[in-house]
Design a protein around this ligand. Structure first.
Ligand code: HEM
Length: 504
């Protein structure tokens, strides 16, 4: 009997017996569905075959990037992580899933990351590819390289302030949470670039207006509620209620952003700055129907929500990996010493190949996002990693899994070795094609160059002025962003003898 016939038969039963049978029927239905699945031979955790609870628990533990890599080591290229959902480890499948025009749309998991009204979704959470393409085009000019280079100067003040803070820590000898200070830096830079002012994180080291905690709660919410996205309308209300009158999570970020925009609009001062807000307001004035006030607001909110933690996590990865690989730190210092004096420009930073290799390698070994970027198989189904997936199946690749792939990055893919990017042009182009830190295809990161600019500018300052003495290995927590914590004593850079050995 076909599954549909069985369901029809059961639904025809009188309601009383049906209700009594219900606790029994659900597991029977799940068992039949699992047995009837053409992909039933795909391996994975047994519980994940029947329920999304396995995935919920695995996400909740906060180390899914490690679990995901371990699952692929154990089971191969395709692993089931929930009923009808598969994690893939295959570079050629990545081209199919994320390739332009292949119609794999974002999976419903992303719904919980945006407004409960799907028509008001932002760039990141929009599930509708046509509407997303229109929105993305609207923002394209503001994120162009020309625009970015005009904004570059606004980063330098924050870099100088971070230098001052680190010098003070060096003088006091106190141990500090370096990842937190890099987060303060990234937040203040986003403030400068987006609304034309530092938020003040670097001044006090405090979580200004609780925005860091609000973003953390938004990340925890999106990662978990996305698994049961039908609960999003209800749970987002509960969330707001629990925030006791104050807006919580995503709404809080929106309120915070609105306050920054209002401050700018009602100050009456002409700033003369070419930041995002100026550009968005210009686009709005040019064509108010096309670029609405909601677009101004959404553009700024997304920058603040998506552009700070991602960059600081990547910066933390550079610092941690460099100081744990002194031979790489030495090489980088040799490249920069005598050639960089004061703020380096983004353009000049491209002329330092080892610096660029270090940044890329840090993004590769510790990509900011740590959950699969899930997409829905389009009409007609698709062949992926040698198996046929029917339409509607959810498939995804985790950046951590993609970057651990030995075909893409070599036998030592799990180690930090910037030199791999400098061995040959062909090899580095091949790795570039499989590089996943910023995602792939039409939903790739719109802020990629902003972060690369920030990283290219601040790292020379850190490397040339400071050393770090680690208290111990870092700890990480993955709730979409894989955030690190590590405490260090910050030291002024010690002198080096010509052999590169650190003195004193
Ligand atoms: C090193 C820093 C960054 C990393 C590693 C990163 C990573 C990513 C990834 C992996 C995606 C794709 C997500 C998906 O497919 O589900 C993405 C999308 C996005 N990122 Fe970033 N990001 C970074 C910095 C930024 C910055 C600075 C901004 C804005 C100022 C930004 C804004 C966005 C937006 C708006 C999207 C959604 C794009 C779309 O769907 O069209 N990101 N990012």
């Amino acid at each position: 009997m076909a599954l549909e016939d069985l369901l029809r038969y059961l639904l025809a039963l009188p309601r009383g017996p049906l209700l009594l049978l219900l606790p029994l029927l659900i597991p029977i239905y799940k068992l039949i569905r699992a047995l009837a699945d053409p992909l039933r031979t795909v391996p994975g955790p047994t519980v994940a075959r029947f329920t999304r609870l396995w995935k919920l628990r695995a996400f909740y533990r906060g180390d899914f990037e490690k679990t995901n890599i371990a699952l692929h080591r154990k089971y191969g290229k395709i692993v089931r992580i929930a009923p009808g959902e598969y994690s893939i480890d295959d570079p050629s499948a990545a081209k199919v899933i994320y390739g332009h025009g292949n119609n794999f749309v974002k999976a419903p998991w992303y719904y919980a990351w945006g407004s409960v009204d799907p028509h008001a979704a932002d760039l990141f959470s929009d599930l509708d590819p046509a509407r997303h393409a229109i929105q993305r085009r609207k923002y394209a000019s503001a994120f162009s390289m020309t625009a970015l280079l005009q904004m570059e100067q606004y980063v330098d003040g924050c870099t100088e302030l971070l230098r001052r803070r680190f010098s003070e820590f060096a003088a006091s000898g106190e141990r500090v949470d370096v990842a937190h200070w890099l987060q303060c830096y990234a937040f203040d830079v986003v403030g400068e670039l987006t609304v034309g002012k530092r938020f003040g994180f670097l001044d006090s080291g405090e979580d200004i207006s609780g925005i860091i905690e609000a973003i953390n709660s938004y990340l925890r919410y999106g990662a978990h509620v996305g698994i049961y996205r039908r609960l999003h309308p209800l749970l987002s209300r509960v969330n707001q209620f629990l925030a006791k009158g104050k807006e919580g999570g995503f709404a809080f970020i929106a309120v915070f952003t609105q306050r920054q925009i209002d401050e700018r609009l009602y100050s009456g001062k002409e700033t003369g700055r070419q930041d995002f807000l100026t550009r968005f307001l210009g686009l709005q004035a040019q064509d108010p129907e096309k670029f609405t006030w909601a677009d101004v607001m959404a553009g700024c909110t997304t920058n603040i929500g998506a552009g700070s933690d991602t960059t600081s996590i990547s910066l933390s990865s550079v610092v941690y990996n460099l100081w744990r690989h002194p031979e790489c730190l030495k090489k980088l210092r040799e490249e920069l010493d005598g050639k960089v004096d004061g703020p380096v420009s983004f353009r000049d930073a491209q002329e330092f190949p080892y610096l660029q290799a270090v940044l890329k390698e840090a993004l590769r070994v510790h990509p900011a996002t740590g959950l699969p970027l899930v997409r829905v198989v389009p009409r007609g189904g698709a062949m992926l990693a040698g198996r046929f997936f029917k339409e509607g199946t959810v498939v995804g690749i985790n950046s951590w899994v993609a970057h651990n792939n030995k075909v893409s990055f070599g036998a030592d893919a799990d180690g930090f070795r910037p030199e791999r990017w400098l061995e040959s042009k062909e090899k580095s182009m091949f790795m570039d094609r499989n590089f996943f830190a910023f995602g792939m295809g039409s939903r790739t990161c719109i802020g990629k160059h902003i972060s690369l600019m920030e990283m290219s500018k601040v790292m020379p300052m850190i490397v040339q002025n400071f050393d770090f003495e680690f208290e111990g290995p870092w700890t990480t927590k993955n709730h979409w962003f894989v955030a690190q914590k590590f405490r260090c004593r910050v030291l002024l850079r010690r002198a080096q003898d010509p052999s590169g050995t650190l003195l004193g």
